[in-house]
Design a protein around this ligand. Structure first.
Ligand code: SF4
Ligand code: SF4
Length: 400
């Protein structure tokens, strides 16, 4: 494992961080995490040198923090920097801060957090943080020893990011960044700005919710003919580790094989390790991907569960993949995935949300939760028009 500087903190942090939002799921409920297999892969990652672990109140409907608490027993806790997040969207009053923090410490079976972040903040939740004086609450908890360092994870635009960065002395900023999102959300400017202030920048969504793992044929061809042979995953990771401003890259790992593969890639990482030609290759790849995304869903599942059991990210993934697929047969097979989702109340399964886009009642409960600001009900309507009513993509999206 390679280790890197963590902003101004005196941590030697592993290039790869373990994101605990995509742990192995339970057989009968895929939103929940399977305890036994999750513990095994978390410990395996730590044994391979990972020392930064990221979780949150919401992940796997609370299972993530609880399972992590178990996984870090037996000497593992002392080997890692443990970071979790305050569920700011459900905090209503100042007193909630201490209540969530103490519940999270209990779930994680620890006396302190190495980092505590406001979760997924945007302009409106940042206003809430200011109105309720929650940074002061963070500082108080820090003085009492419950938190070592403070920060936030972020989903909004660069001007909002800059405003937040300038608000107080943060230690950690977690942003969505990958080679197709350089102009999206915090952007490259935000990454550079936070780093210039000595803030450790942690990267989430390095593979854009898995989308960079399965590139379109044109992109695969570029990778095949590049002088340096790398897998799609490796191109995406090395792009990030090449940058001096990046501290840790989080990966939500759901299998031992994924942990092995990512640790192996991290071993080959380094600042400024990419050649000019490599960088040109990545620019070409980015261009191809950017032309191919209709709905910018990253499969984070923050919008879930939907009260009508619509599988929101799955519906978007099918539409994006139909557009991404290169052959008619693959398009047909992908569309079949849409027909396999439930289109009637009788077939819905609330434990394993399986509804297609037509089941959306436009209650709008999901909209606020989406860090990508996707107008979910409107987009679902388009999904259904295209995938079930044979609408043309070009009638709903600007495509070439
Ligand atoms: S708007 Fe539609 S998709 Fe969103 S929560 Fe309501 S029913 Fe579910
Ligand atoms: S629609 Fe938004 S909240 Fe839901 S999975 Fe996609 S990106 Fe995440």
């Amino acid at each position: 494992m390679k280790y890197r500087k963590m902003g101004s903190l005196d941590w030697e942090v592993s290039a790869l961080g373990f994101g605990c939002m995509r742990l192995p799921s339970r057989r009968l409920n895929r939103l929940r995490a399977d305890k036994e297999s999750s513990i095994k892969i978390i410990r395996h990652g730590i044994d391979l040198g990972i020392n930064y672990i990221d979780t949150a109140w919401y992940y796997h409907l609370g299972d993530s923090e609880k399972i992590l608490g178990e996984a870090l027993k037996g000497g593992y806790r002392e080997k890692v920097h443990l970071v979790t997040k305050l569920p700011i969207h459900i905090v209503r009053k100042k007193e909630d801060f201490g209540q969530y923090l103490s519940k999270q410490l209990k779930r994680l079976q620890t006396d302190y957090l190495d980092g505590y972040l406001f979760h997924g903040i945007n302009k409106s939740s940042f206003n809430k943080i200011k109105d309720l004086g929650l940074v002061d609450e963070m500082e108080k908890a820090k003085n009492k020893g419950f938190i070592k360092h403070i920060g936030f994870s972020f989903h909004d635009t660069f001007p909002v990011f800059k405003e937040i960065i300038d608000y107080c002395n943060w230690d950690i900023a977690q942003i969505q960044y990958n080679y197709i999102d350089t102009m999206f959300q915090a952007t490259t400017n935000g990454l550079i700005y936070a780093h210039s202030k000595g803030i450790a920048v942690v990267i989430m969504e390095p593979l854009k919710g898995g989308r960079l793992v399965k590139p379109p044929a044109k992109a695969l061809e570029i990778m095949r003919t590049a002088n340096n042979k790398r897998s799609p995953v490796e191109w995406a990771f090395q792009f990030l580790w090449n940058r001096p401003e990046v501290a840790v890259v989080l990966s939500g790992m759901g299998s031992r094989q994924m942990v092995d593969q990512n640790c192996d890639i991290a071993d080959r990482s380094g600042i400024n390790s990419l050649s000019k030609e490599d960088e040109e290759t990545i620019s070409k790849l980015a261009k191809i991907f950017q032309e191919k995304i209709l709905v910018p869903c990253t499969f984070c599942e923050y919008c879930m569960p939907c009260p009508e059991a619509v599988n929101i990210p799955q519906n978007f993934a099918i539409l994006n993949n139909v557009y991404l697929d290169n052959s008619n047969i693959r398009k047909w097979m992908t569309k079949r995935g849409y027909r396999n989702l439930a289109g009637s109340k009788e077939k819905l399964d609330k434990k394993n949300p399986n509804g297609n886009a037509s089941m959306c009642t436009k209650c709008k409960k999901c909209i606020e939760k989406c860090p990508q600001n996707i107008a979910i009900p409107d987009e679902l309507e388009k999904v259904h028009s295209i995938l079930a009513k044979r609408g043309r993509i070009s009638d709903y999206y600007e495509v070439n």
